[in-house]
Design a protein around this ligand. Sequence first.
Ligand code: ZN
Length: 279
Amino acid sequence: MFLRRPSIYAGPVVATLAAAVLVPQVGSAATTPPPARTGAASVGSGAAGVDTSGPYGSMRRTGSAAVALTFDDGPDPKVTPQLLDLLKQQRVKATFCLTGWRARDHPAIVRRIAAEGHTLCNHSWQHLEDLGKRDVATIRKDLEATTRSIQRAVPGVPVQYFRAPYGNFTARLNATARESGMTPLSWNVDDQSWMSKEYGKGSAMVQHIVGVVQKNTRQGSIVLGHDMAKPWTVTAYRTLLPWLRQRFQLIPLPVHTIRVPSALAERLRARKPVRPANG
Ligand SMILES: [Zn+2]
């Protein structure tokens, strides 16, 4: 039910997540996105560490040769468990971008996602298309409610990624996500599982997803998929997972398990006031 617009940006670049906290915080709406980079399947390493080549500095590549599968908008009481069964059977870990109200309604599925080693990502409370244009207080409240909802199901589980509804990242949205300790998470391969108007809900759609992913996935890709209300996703990935496993290492997006990043963030925050004096 959540339509997603096609990705409008293109291009790679990379790094490691550990340095995410060192990426300068995007401070205001005046911040512009980095120039689009095109071409290449090569994985470079940016000085700042984590890949920031997506909209408004969001992450759109894994930062290594590994590929990350991401599934959005759930948990779906029917489709998500089926997808989890498939991932388990294929021994693949992925990343799930959850909406807050659905996490609230299906805590057992959230627990299963975490227990089976997948990474959790905040996908906002109710998927408002214009969330990134709301005021900071509203955005913060939305993101915090969503993380709380996930952590109510799984106390203490790391929620270190944020994906904007419809991929509508803004400078303000990304800055607020970062302040809450989350990396804005984009993608560079859209499996187009949301395009049921064009491809229907049957075998044509399944074939389309399989074709798009096989054609576009490269080393370092982050693949956008959907489990919410999209049973054809399970059918498509039944074909795709073995195909992908033969060619790539499939990883859940990495999470910090130590407190160093937040300590670093504290130091950076403490340092901020002297910056103007340094010119
Ligand atoms: Zn979504």
